[in-house]
Design a protein around this ligand. Structure first.
Ligand code: ARG
Length: 460
């Protein structure tokens, strides 16, 4: 039979496969709360502007509340034949309240309806991401406070570079997640304008009040161009781009946790709650959660690429291609929230091994730069020459199978006669980190200043 929403000019109903490719109700039903909020705002505005009667608006409002509670309690009869959430809700409303239901769609189209629903949903995800990332920052801050002056190797190329502190390393991620939060906040601010009232694409002949519906739904203002309002999916793309960058940061931390919890590093021990065993190798404590977080970037960035590709080259205004915006975005958002929550739990519950960190920091000639700096500062050598002398001493230590602090003063003086015994002060890792007092540097005092700054911002 022909469709009840547009059956006027149709003699036959759709092919079963047509129905299957066309339907989005399987996933867009999660937009029900937003759809009903949008419809309530629209109906109230239609009554306020005299386009429908107050009686009809009241009936619509009551009916929509019933629909919402049916959806919440799981008794709502979703139908694939009704294609999407918008038509499912409207058809049920008609069953519940009869004729007034047919007036709700005055001065509206599914094009502005879906644009407003999806925008409200993505806006809410920006808020949830912000909250989840703040919790992750708090977990990192807790680690940083515990080990503000614990020395560990800092790496470049995953080769020992210079000693740093555990607190400094944790605070680096606090900064990254702060930028992620501000990206979500920026995206939220930019998306917070209302497409409702654009109708199909050109606006409407009815005397609607778009500012009223915008305000009712918490938007800053109505979107200025009706064509843009129904054609725009930038808001979802900005969310996905922000989510991709955030997932990239998560993957870097996850990778470090995988490496650090290995038997070769033993920098951290994951708690039992965040580890898995092996069915054959009894000694195993696998960092599965970290590995899965590391992998989540795949589907999240995939969603970003997928929606960019869907939107690329689409002529204005709405095309059904745009129905493919939601599943990807839902999946990316769900997995981002899961990854951030898992990371927060893992970080909060893990234990850094202070002794292993320090032993590792003191190997690999990590204080070679301190030695070169000493030669510059104390003996007035040009840095390039100091670098050369230090390189020769590293080679000597390597030959002898020891580290720089284990060389004798005579060994040192053979490379440069002016070297004095107080050079050994700068070869210890604690002195090395303590001396990097430049702003943002790894000296414990600087790290504690970073921690204090963030503790205040995070209300701790
Ligand atoms: N389910 C559709 C979507 O998600 C709603 C908009 C349909 N509009 C239309 N003109 N067919 O995009």
């Amino acid at each position: 039979s022909a469709n009840s929403m547009w059956g006027g000019r149709f003699a036959a109903g759709p092919d079963a496969i047509m129905e299957a490719i066309n339907a989005s109700i399987g996933y867009d039903q999660r937009l029900a709360p937003q759809d009903i909020a949008g419809s309530r705002a629209h109906a109230a505005m239609l009554a306020a502007t005299g386009i429908i009667t107050d009686n009809d608006a009241d009936a619509i409002r009551e009916g929509l509340l019933t629909v919402l509670s049916e959806i919440e309690t799981g008794s709502f009869p979703f139908s694939t034949a009704l294609e999407d959430i918008h038509m499912n809700v409207e058809a049920r409303l008609k069953e519940l309240i009869g004729e007034p239901a047919g007036r709700l769609h005055t001065a509206r189209s599914r094009n502005d309806q879906v644009a407003v629903d999806f925008r409200l949903w993505v806006r809410d995800q920006c808020d949830q991401a912000d909250e989840a990332l703040a919790a992750l920052q708090k977990a990192l801050l807790g680690q940083a406070e515990a080990g503000a002056d614990w020395v560990m190797p800092g790496f470049t190329h995953l080769q020992t570079a210079q000693p740093v502190t555990w607190g400094h390393h944790m605070m680096a991620y606090v900064e990254m997640f702060a930028r992620d939060r501000s990206r979500f906040a920026d995206a939220r601010a930019r998306m917070n304008t209302s497409p409702l009232g654009a109708a199909a694409l050109a606006g409407t002949t009815f005397p609607i009040d778009r500012a009223m519906t915008a305000e009712a739904l918490g938007f800053d203002r109505p979107m200025a161009n009706s064509l843009d309002a129904v054609a725009d999916r930038d808001f979802a793309l900005e969310f996905l781009a922000s989510a991709s960058i955030c997932a990239m940061h998560l993957s870097r931390l996850a990778e470090e946790l995988v490496i650090w919890s290995s038997a070769q590093f033993r920098f951290v021990k994951m708690s039992d709650k965040w580890s898995t065993g092996s069915s054959i190798m009894p000694q195993k404590r696998n960092p599965d959660a970290a590995e899965l977080i590391r992998a989540k970037i795949g589907r999240i960035f995939g969603a970003n690429v997928a929606l960019m590709t869907v939107m690329k080259g689409l002529p204005l205004t709405y095309s059904k291609d745009m129905q493919e915006d939601k599943e990807q975005t839902f999946d990316a958002a769900d997995n981002l929230m899961l990854a951030v929550a898992a990371m927060s739990g893992m970080v909060a519950d893990m234990t850094a091994n202070k002794d292993n960190l320090k032993t590792a920091a003191a190997s690999g000639f990590s204080t070679a730069t301190d030695l070169a700096d000493w030669l510059v500062r104390e003996l007035g050598l040009p840095f390039r020459e100091a670098h050369h002398v230090t390189g020769a001493l590293v080679a000597l230590a390597e030959d002898k199978g020891c580290d720089l602090p284990d060389l004798t003063l005579e060994d040192m003086q053979a490379e440069h006669a002016g070297i004095r015994a107080d050079v050994f002060d700068v070869l210890g890792v604690d002195n090395s980190v303590a001396s990097r007092t430049s702003f943002g540097g790894t000296a414990p005092d600087q790290v504690r200043a970073q921690i204090a700054h963030w503790a205040k911002l995070l209300d701790l």
